[in-house]
Design a protein around this ligand. Structure first.
Ligand code: AHR
Length: 504
């Protein structure tokens, strides 16, 4: 297969926003307990947090972390998670049929986030709780001193406010599985009133209204329209959640998942524009893709969920610890490209989740921590996407016919430019052919190749090859040989460059 691509260097899409490289830690499964936190582990710090995991979080390049849920937050009483650890109540977490000890709470997570170099994105419970409790949590976290709640925070060990800027107004409230599930009107009103009071308490905050749980929800579209009609002018972002999986061995459709995300984001962007225009709202509204990933959710729903919901109540059970193969990492790479392509509309994005629960980082209790295959595309994109996002014209590429999305370009692409540095993020969607590419980069002078890498092409082309506790580095990054860059200083003032490469 061969394909010719062309970069548009004249009209960048948007500056690269570091918040596109966020992630998510929920009190779910082993994300917190034996994930980021494991007192007694060889690498645990004085507070009980695993430094081997924190090192990988820093290496991954995560900018902002959503916390503490997810479905968990819809039953969460934040007051349980502060104060002396020995006095904190042990609760049932009905969302995940688990025991929550509250050993890690608001203070511990804020301290961990500061040491891991990530911003906290805090969700409030709009399932079983409401306006007052959300405002009280905000007061506890962000008001410096001199009120009952801010002084309680100080007495609990944090003299300085946590100063959390980004707040999610509930989670997946459109889903019948959600504790305190609501209609769009019910949620829209509650979110609006919560937003209004939270803004009175701290006008500096950014608020995220909960959008649809996925693009296949029967209410998708009307949910966004109704919620935004109530909240536009009060919120800064509306969320999108998007999970993808390979179903029935249909790898072609799975590899085209980014086309699904492109369309989903385009639809939400259009609804935002329409509602803002109809209501005459000036305040911009970004899309917060605050849960996205590959997740073998059908397997979870059909096989694992029933025993989980009817079985014993356990602390930190093993929940959705998906082991990712090479194909999954390729799809994650293309989803990152989709986020970059929508960098003018996506204001935040959170890979769900960070550790153990459908995560790029895995850890074993008392054992090692390691990078899943999906770690690599995320880490490289977070590290190298800098400056401005450039549009890539892929119309010169052949197509792959897919059952789910029709004919899609065989190559998925994004690009960034930071001064003289141009970075290409490319995915070959073909499961059978290598792809010989040429990429034209106009208006640049004197480009030379700095580096080219690809994911390990496993022996025997086993696209399901993964990394495990005993073989943690089976899939990684290897040099991509044979990449050439030629520069021409022709009639055009800045000249142009052409890159040729063969993608496995
Ligand atoms: O990330 C796992 C779960 O997926 C979250 O708790 C929920 O918000 C979503 O359905």
């Amino acid at each position: 297969l061969t394909a010719s691509l062309r970069l548009n260097t004249r009209t960048p899409i948007a500056p690269v926003n570091p918040r596109l490289f966020g992630s998510f830690v929920e009190h779910m499964g082993r994300a917190v307990y034996t994930g980021i936190f494991e007192p007694g582990h060889d690498t645990a710090d004085a507070a009980g947090f695993r430094s081997d995991v924190a090192d990988l979080v820093r290496e991954l390049g995560v900018s902002i972390v959503r916390y503490p849920g997810g479905n968990f937050v819809s039953g969460f009483k934040w007051e349980d998670s502060v104060g002396p650890v020995d006095e904190r109540p042990v609760r049932l977490d009905a969302a995940w049929h688990s025991i929550e000890t509250n050993r890690v709470g608001i203070h511990e997570f804020a301290a961990w986030a500061a040491s891991a170099g990530v911003e906290v994105m805090q969700a409030v419970n709009l399932g079983t709780r409401g306006v007052a409790e959300a405002a009280e949590l905000l007061e506890y976290c962000n008001i410096p001193r001199g009120t009952a709640l801010s002084d309680a925070r100080r007495a609990n060990g944090s003299d300085e406010p946590f100063d959390i800027r980004v707040w999610c107004l509930g989670n997946e409230m459109d889903g019948p599985w959600q504790i305190g599930h609501k209609t769009a009107d019910e949620y829209g009103r509650l979110a609006a009133e919560t937003a209004r009071l939270m803004r009175f308490v701290d006008p500096r905050i950014e608020l995220v209204a909960a959008g649809s749980s996925n693009a296949e929800m029967p209410t998708f579209g009307s949910w966004e329209r109704t919620v935004l009609t109530h909240t536009a002018g009060l919120v800064d972002h509306i969320s999108v959640h998007a999970y993808y999986e390979e179903l029935d061995g249909d790898a072609d459709s799975f590899l085209a998942s980014a086309v699904g995300l492109d369309r989903y984001l385009d639809e939400v962007a259009q609804i935002i524009d329409e509602v803002r225009a109809e209501a005459g709202i000036e305040r911009p509204i970004g899309i917060s893709v605050d849960e996205w990933n590959v997740w073998y959710q059908t397997r979870f729903n059909e096989v694992d969920k029933e025993p989980l919901l009817t079985g014993e109540w356990n602390e930190a059970p093993r929940l959705i610890e998906d082991e990712y193969g090479v194909t999954d990492a390729v799809v994650v790479g293309s989803l990152l490209n989709s986020l970059l392509r929508h960098g003018d509309r996506v204001s935040m994005a959170n890979l769900a989740q960070l550790v153990n629960v459908i995560a790029p980082i895995r850890s074993e209790p008392g054992g090692p921590a390691w990078r899943q295959t999906t770690f690599h595309p995320f880490e490289r994109t977070a590290r190298f996407a800098r400056g401005e996002i450039l549009e890539v014209d892929v119309s010169g590429a052949p197509v792959v016919e897919t059952q789910k999305y029709g004919a899609v370009p065989v190559v998925d692409a994004a690009a960034t430019r930071d001064g003289d540095d141009v970075v290409l993020f490319l995915v070959n969607r073909s499961t059978t052919d290598v792809l010989a590419l040429s990429v034209e980069i106009p208006d640049v002078a004197g480009l030379a190749l700095v580096d080219a890498e690809t994911l390990t092409v496993p022996d025997g082309l086993d696209r399901h090859a993964s990394n495990t506790a005993t073989e943690p580095a089976r899939v990684g990054l290897v040099r991509l040989a044979g990449v050439e860059v030629s520069s021409e200083s022709g009639a055009a003032a800045a000249g142009s460059a052409a890159v040729s490469a063969t993608l496995p």
